[in-house]
Ligand binder design. Structure first.
Ligand code: SME
Length: 163
């Protein structure tokens, strides 16, 4: 297992993802423990991109429950269809929120978070088993490029059968 990652901080966002995704795949390959792998993935993304909050919510019965994350303390439980996370779960679709004030029903875990992306995570049956949530304290950093590559990351996680 590769435990040291190479993060070139001088390159653009797309290039950074192209370098990081294979490294993340190598990092979690061969390790079946869900907590260990999701914790490392959140650490890589937080370190590489400097986002305010990066973490996972996992489906537990009829709720999302907070999983491994990097950043400040967050809400522990989110109902299906509630908040950006619960809606991404309900719709099984990624949601990009450039300004959380403009998103009806957004759940504010931190008043400093102003923009957000939530990407669903699927299990082998194609059912949403969790979401990846990323928050920024800036308006201009999260965009469709992130959605594109984070959906690739979601597929890497699905292939590893972690959920
Ligand atoms: N803002 C999210 C809640 C989770 S925190 O951002 C970590 C939402 O509306 O679902």
């Amino acid at each position: 297992m590769a435990e040291t990652l190479h993060i070139d901080r001088a390159v653009g966002k797309a290039e950074k993802y192209q370098s990081l995704l294979p490294q993340i795949e190598a990092l979690i390959n061969g390790e079946k423990d869900q907590t260990a792998n999701l914790a490392n993935i959140s650490a890589v993304l937080h370190d590489a991109f400097g986002w305010w909050w990066v973490g996972f919510y996992l489906v537990r019965n009829d709720e999302l429950v907070l999983g491994p994350f990097q950043g400040p303390v967050a809400c522990t439980r989110i109902r299906k269809g509630k908040g950006v996370c619960g809606i991404a779960w309900f719709k099984a679709k990624s949601i990009l929120v450039p300004d959380v004030e403009q998103f009806s029903g957004h759940i504010a875990c931190s008043s400093l978070s102003v923009s957000e992306i939530v990407v669903p995570l699927f299990n082998h049956q194609g059912i949403v088993a969790g979401v990846l949530d990323i928050d920024s304290e800036r308006y201009d950093v999260l965009d469709e490029t992130d959605v594109h590559y984070l959906e690739q990351l979601s597929e890497i996680i699905r292939k590893q059968d972690l959920l």
